[in-house]
Design a protein around this ligand. Structure first.
Ligand SMILES: Cc1ncc(COP(=O)(O)O)c(C=O)c1O
Length: 426
């Protein structure tokens, strides 16, 4: 029965029942964490052979004869460019292979936009009104980065097939101070949304007022499918932008952080030839070159996209049951009550949960008091403020399955308790 159909007495009884369950769980002195999207140990173990792909007596030359133990090749070794080109559905000529973190690449490119300006445009720091579009809910570190650089963050609603493009088109067309937008186009963090062909094409055809407007296309989860039989391909944004006459409008990013080692993988960006020249011109001031030995061992181990896909199927086998466990418990505890909605993603690292009543922050606080940490409510919105106080990001990958079940049960009870209190005016 939906809570909205219950009498006050029934609601009171329901509250008593769930508060009693909560007390029981408190007595278990839990200490669990479902807050961050990290791979678990078994996932990391899948990649240990990457470390053996290079040994002391290995040939350390890259395909073009460059000794990977030495300086050189600022934009990466050819075989790493080819591997990332396959992953991102583009050509090696579009690829720059960097260090261990795609987030760092985003930060470096954004620093360049701020300090030097992009392709001859004025440094963005001179625009006191500079703004950035943030589809919500989204990734807290994206929002934090643009906040750090002093952009005013403008929220854009997410739909089932990507950001609301009517809103995006209108905003960028009118305002030359809008300098960019964050996008996670496949299995978005945290909604799991996959951008439709129409959305990708509308992005490619944008007519921004700012010549230095850029789409930061963070394809972090492009190969992170939960059911390998049910991959959901998206269009290649770079070629769509080229076709639309906007070749320089996008920077695409990815990394192997959640393929091999989180923080110990290889990151890459893909963009137009002009943007790559621009990027290399400032990167060469920052570094003589990235870790080519790490690139080499990754390519020697994974070889090509098919190697990556086989490997990601093993990841999927490990984490799919965790997502299913969360979904099963949420269905069992909350299904039919009409008090919450949640996503059932086909890939990525997160489940996005929305309470109907404005109680998300109370829910995460209550869970914390009971020993279970979730990403704080609000984190999925710019400035950490969700105006509806509704969205909570659930990250099921890192904990062991029994802990995930316990944590999700507690979470569901907390949602019921806080919603009931809200309905009863307590
Ligand atoms: C959307 C998104 N982009 C980037 C990252 C971080 O990537 P990297 O480890 O390559 O910096 C994450 C990590 O959670 C993420 O969710």
């Amino acid at each position: 029965m939906q809570y909205s159909e219950m009498s006050k007495e029934q609601l009171m009884q329901e509250l008593e029942k769930n508060e009693a369950r909560l007390e029981e769980m408190k007595e278990r002195h839990l200490s669990l964490d479902l807050s961050r999207g990290k791979p678990d140990q078994a996932q990391l173990n899948l990649s240990m052979a990457v470390l053996d792909a290079l040994k002391a007596d290995s040939v350390t030359d890259s395909g073009n004869g460059l000794d990977c133990r030495n300086y050189g090749a600022l934009d990466g070794i050819p075989e790493a460019k080819s591997l990332f080109a396959e992953i991102l559905q583009t050509t090696p000529e579009h690829v720059f292979v960097g260090g261990n973190s795609s987030l760092t690449l985003m930060f470096e490119v954004m620093s360049h936009a701020m300090i030097d300006g992009l392709l001859g445009e004025a440094p963005q720091i001179f625009d006191a009104e500079r703004k950035f579009l943030c589809p919500v809910p989204g990734y807290d570190r994206h929002f934090g980065m643009t906040e750090h650089f002093g952009y005013k963050l403008i929220t854009v609603p997410m739909k089932n097939d990507g950001p609301d493009m009517d809103v995006v088109e209108e905003l960028v067309r009118k305002d030359p101070s809008i300098k960019g937008i964050w996008c996670v186009p496949k299995y978005a963090n945290p909604t799991g949304v996959v951008y439709s062909d129409e959305v990708v094409r509308r992005f490619a055809r944008l007519k921004p007022a700012a010549r230095d407007f850029r789409i930061y296309w963070d394809n972090a989860y492009c190969v992170h499918v939960l059911d390998p039989e049910n991959d959901q391909p998206i269009l290649d944004i770079l070629s769509e932008c080229e076709k639309a006459g906007n070749p320089d409008m996008v920077y695409e990013f990815t990394s192997t952080s959640k393929i091999s080692f989180a923080g110990g993988g290889v990151a890459a960006l893909a963009s137009s030839p002009a943007n790559l020249i621009d990027i290399k011109s400032f990167m060469t001031v920052a570094t003589i070159g990235y870790d080519k030995l790490n690139m080499l061992r990754h390519v020697r181990y994974f070889k090509n996209l098919s190697g990556i896909k086989n490997h990601m199927a093993k990841h999927a086998a490990l984490i799919r049951p965790k997502f299913e466990a969360v979904e099963t418990i949420l269905d069992k505890e909350l299904g039919g009550l009409g008090i919450a909605e949640w996503t059932t993603p086909a890939g990525g690292y997160f489940i996005s949960f929305n309470t109907k009543a404005p109680v998300a922050s109370n829910v995460t606080t209550l869970c914390k008091e009971c020993g279970v940490v979730f990403t704080p409510a609000g984190a999925t919105f710019p400035y950490g403020k969700d105006p509806a106080n509704s969205n909570i990001r659930i990250a099921p990958t890192y904990a062991v399955i029994d802990d995930i079940k316990t944590a999700t049960e507690l979470f569901a009870i907390a949602v019921k308790v806080e919603t009931l209190k809200n309905l009863l005016g307590k």
